[in-house]
Design a protein around this ligand. Structure first.
Ligand code: AMP
Ligand code: ZN
Length: 112
């Protein structure tokens, strides 16, 4: 989608540290990491937010992708957090659906 930064990353038009790609899904390092491990998992086709994701199979694949990345990056056993900020009250700033995978330190609750 024109102007979408994550679409540009998916197309290779904007640089990112890509850590994994699969069919229609990719993961790359967050530019402003909030934890020692902070990856973003996105569908390569544009969807603005979780509200627009109508395909439960895609949502399941995104979640499994994040779970597998947690294992691959060595944070699965100690624990990690998967976050999907949605729309302004959810803290979403980039309107291309993404899962944050955060780990490598203890998380606190409640979130801000
Ligand atoms: P959210 O606030 O949930 O929409 O998260 C957007 C995330 O995208 C933030 O954590 C940003 O640091 C991250 N971000 C924004 N632009 C880029 C970029 N070009 N490459 C990697 N991460 C980015
Ligand atoms: Zn996009």
């Amino acid at each position: 989608m024109g102007g979408c930064i994550f679409c540009k990353i998916a197309a290779g038009e904007v640089p990112a540290t890509v850590v994994k790609r699969a069919d229609g899904i990719m993961a790359f390092k967050d530019l402003n990491p909030q934890a020692p491990t902070h990856l973003l998992v996105i569908p390569t086709d544009h969807l603005a937010s979780l509200n627009d994701a109508k395909d439960p199979q895609l949502l399941g694949r995104l979640l499994a992708f994040a779970r597998d990345l947690a294992r691959d990056t060595g944070i699965a056993e100690r624990g990690y957090r998967v976050v999907v900020n949605t729309n302004p009250d959810g803290g979403q700033t980039v309107f291309h659906l993404h899962l944050h995978l955060l780990g490598g330190r203890p998380m606190t609750w409640p979130p801000g």
